[in-house]
Design a protein around this ligand. Structure first.
Ligand code: GAL
Length: 414
């Protein structure tokens, strides 16, 4: 066979493959090692069920680049079939009347029974399902390299006072105490856990969810900024602009002792072949034990003109909440299943702890939505809060000025 005929044959085959199933275009921001591995399972599931996954990946942790890309596609009248959107933003998209109603898939697959009651309202608009959740991530984790702690003769801290003692020892031993990236959402991720630890769950709810001006302007908030400043002094000079997964790598490579990050970090440890218990540990951010800051990833589906595409979306929604997908995806992603009754055996100790903690925290009113990860407030308010935290982090602004700025920023956006 001539080279030309071989190439022509290959092209023909490719053409027929893409005709094989209706394309379902999916926007997401899962591009780090662990994230990409997890999302490829969703792609495989969809393809195995007769559709063709069209990848619309927009790099950038926490999704702000992805959200910008989504807005411009919707404004151009060409939305993807599905997009990774979560928290109150789901309601905002639904209000525009652009989302598909998923009630028939939900009914046929028993979502009202499968999904925990306390989470259901996040995915419904005026009582109708408009989003399908994928997982539950916990935010208030601290990832630890035990070998670095050993070498420095330091104890793993459970309070901020103990943290300071340990961090000083680690620094003295020549390691970076805290691996930190330099992006507003990463700073906000630490800050909200500090607020939870210093103020407790009731205070967190008042300040970060209800946006109560008294709580936002309180002494507790000022103390939280003081703690953020203290943590910054234990980060390295190259932090600005660093991606979160590179910070995780600093921990597993033994350059740094700790990272404050949600449990998608576990996906990075796994991809690097690291084992929990020996190579790394996951403990609660100091002073937050018993509370659980949750972050639920989900997909919204945009109304389609083409009936086949609508079918494809519904197939995707259905597959996401099946036990099989909930298991493979969450094991790779570092999160836990969002539905009840998924067998526990395939999950590691960190995930099992997380599953149990969700139930326990719900019972004690300590299961709280993450502000940093789009679960607590609208994007506009979240952006205003991020600006205040980031300005403080990147300057020598005082904690009382930052506290005042926080009250004003929230007030202006409300
Ligand atoms: C979060 C998202 C996680 C993870 C992380 C870093 O907001 O919920 O799934 O991907 O960003 O990109």
């Amino acid at each position: 066979m001539t080279k030309f005929r071989r190439i022509a044959g290959a092209l023909l085959l490719l053409g027929s493959l893409s005709l094989f199933g209706t394309e379902v275009e999916v926007l997401h921001w899962w591009t780090s090692g662990g994230e990409a591995k997890a999302v490829s399972e969703l792609k495989n599931e969809l393809n195995a069920n007769g559709y063709t996954w069209k990848d619309f990946a927009v790099a950038g942790g926490n999704g702000s680049n992805a959200m910008t890309a989504l807005k411009s596609r919707v404004m151009a009248g060409n939305p993807p079939a599905a997009a990774q959107v979560k928290g109150p933003s789901i309601q905002q998209w639904a209000e525009l009347g652009v989302l598909a109603n998923l009630d028939d898939v939900a009914k046929a697959n028993n979502w009202d029974k499968l999904l925990p009651k306390q989470f259901q309202k996040i995915f419904k608009y005026k009582g109708h399902y408009v989003a399908v959740p994928v997982n539950v991530h916990k935010i208030n984790w601290m990832w630890v390299n035990p070998a670095v702690f050993r070498k420095a003769g330091a104890q793993i801290p459970t309070t901020w006072a103990e943290f300071k003692v340990a961090a000083d020892k680690i620094k003295k031993a020549g390691f970076i105490p805290v691996a930190q990236g330099g992006q507003p959402w990463q700073e906000a991720t630490i800050f909200e856990s500090i607020v939870l630890g210093i103020g407790g769950p009731t205070f967190y709810q008042k300040a970060m969810v209800d946006l109560d001006a008294k709580a936002l302007g309180s002494d507790t908030m000022k103390k939280s900024f003081d703690t953020l400043r203290m943590i910054k002094s234990y980060t390295d000079k190259n932090a600005p602009g660093r991606d979160w997964n590179l910070a995780t790598a600093m921990v597993y490579k033994g350059k740094a002792a700790m990272q404050f990050m949600g449990d998608w970090a576990k996906g990075e440890f796994s991809v690097a072949g690291k084992h929990v218990g020996t190579d790394y540990l996951a403990v609660d951010v100091p002073q937050t034990s018993g509370s659980y800051l949750f972050n639920i990833d989900s997909f919204i589906m945009f109304k389609q003109k083409d009936a086949d595409k609508t079918k494809g979306q519904k197939e995707l929604a259905k597959l996401i909440l099946k036990n099989k997908f909930q298991t493979i995806f969450n094991v790779l992603k570092g999160s836990v299943p969002v539905i009840q009754g998924v067998p526990r055996a395939p999950f590691d100790d960190i995930a099992l702890r997380s599953m149990d903690e969700i139930n326990a925290a719900a019972y004690t009113h300590s299961l709280l939505p993450s502000l940093a990860h789009q679960m607590a407030v609208t994007d506009a308010i979240r952006g205003a809060v991020f600006d205040v935290i980031t300005k403080f982090w990147n300057s020598d602004e005082s904690s009382s000025d930052a506290t005042k700025a926080l009250v004003n920023a929230v007030q202006n956006e409300k």
